[in-house]
Write a protein that binds this ligand. Structure first.
Ligand SMILES: Cc1cc2nc3c(=O)[nH]c(=O)nc-3n(C[C@H](O)[C@H](O)[C@H](O)COP(=O)(O)OP(=O)(O)OC[C@H]3O[C@@H](n4cnc5c(N)ncnc54)[C@H](O)[C@@H]3O)c2cc1C
Length: 289
């Protein structure tokens, strides 16, 4: 197996263009498992760990631009205030060792429906920045996932970064697993409230062929908050509206039965997660108003 080790981002893009079948490796927490279990035998591997460009984050206009090589630990340590939903999801990933090595770019690269970064990225309308020798493009997270463990990245492209607005309101993430740590989600749900644009964002994990948004649920809840004048006067939300929100989130899922849980359980659990996370986020908003 050839081992390619670019020192700069342009060099990495050249290598990917010249070796389209080469497998990028960042933290290696997915790649090494795949290789060790003989599920992948790449002809070449491109090591991205020397590229300081991938480890940087900062503002790009109104958006945070976060390099694909930023780890879960750094999201938690450095960005919890600006991206609370993604930080909550990051805290549930693996163990300290996995959080220290594993990157958001790697989660996007693997595009597992169970990846924990995806629901918060969907809920806050993140963009994924793909780069190649022929140019850079930004894809909405909702258009990035193409199928189970597939994304829209071309073979000559690498993930440079993701872009997302700093939180404009409370965010939540909740995950059901068979134990408290080191667990692949049975299902998960992320919520992001945008108090300025009066928008409700959602992301569903591990309950469909790809991570999903629950757009009808988003429209329904934003409508309830509009009609009742609750955005400006944040009183309690009627329990019937919360129940309906949960039902619409569950209806947006496309779960299967597998070793981790049944489709019926996932549907039930998602409705509960949606109600709960909304109630937590709304309480946070009410207490701070
Ligand atoms: C014990 C254990 C526990 C885990 N627990 C969780 C968990 O709780 N939640 C969760 O979501 N995941 C979990 N994972 C999976 C894994 O840690 C995550 O998916 C992690 O985000 C992968 O990041 P990485 O940097 O290690 O990616 P790598 O393994 O280096 O790469 C993953 C994929 O992304 C591609 N890739 C990486 N970077 C780029 C880039 N810049 N451009 C293009 N392609 C790229 C690679 O080619 C590969 O296909 C766990 C893994 C292990 C081994």
């Amino acid at each position: 197996m050839e081992f390619l080790q670019p020192a700069t981002w342009p060099e990495a893009l050249e290598m990917k263009s010249d070796n389209p079948d080469a497998l990028p490796i960042a933290g290696g927490t997915d790649v090494m498992v795949e290789i060790n279990f003989d599920r992948q035998r790449p002809v070449a591997v491109i090591d991205l760990t020397r590229l300081t460009e991938l480890e940087e984050w900062g503002m790009d206009g109104p958006l945070l631009r976060i390099g694909a090589g930023v780890t879960y630990t750094r999201i938690i340590d450095e960005l919890s205030d600006r991206l609370p939903g993604l930080a909550m999801a990051s805290r549930t990933v693996g163990s300290p060792q996995i959080r220290n090595r594993g990157t958001i770019g790697g989660n996007l690269g693997s595009a597992s429906p169970a990846g924990d970064a995806h629901p918060p990225l969907l809920a806050s309308a993140a963009l994924v920045e793909l780069d190649s020798v022929s140019g850079r493009r930004r894809v909405a997270a909702s258009d990035f996932y193409a199928g189970p463990k597939r994304n829209v990245m071309r073979k000559d492209e690498l993930i440079a970064a993701f872009l997302v607005e700093p939180a404009r309101g409370p965010q939540q993430f909740s995950k059901v697993g068979t134990r408290n740590a080191m667990v692949i989600a049975v299902c998960s749900f992320a919520l992001a409230l945008d108090l300025e644009r009066r928008r409700v964002g959602t992301g569903i994990g591990s309950a469909g062929p790809t991570p999903l948004r629950a757009t009808e649920a988003e429209r329904f809840m934003a409508g309830v908050l509009d009609e009742e004048g609750l955005w400006e006067r944040p009183a309690a939300v009627d329990s019937k509206a919360l129940t309906r929100f949960g039902e619409l989130v569950a209806a947006a899922a496309r779960p299967i039965d597998d070793v981790r849980g049944t489709a019926a359980y996932r549907t039930h659990a998602l409705a509960v997660l949606a109600r709960r996370t909304f109630a937590w986020a709304w309480t946070e908003h009410r207490l701070s108003a």
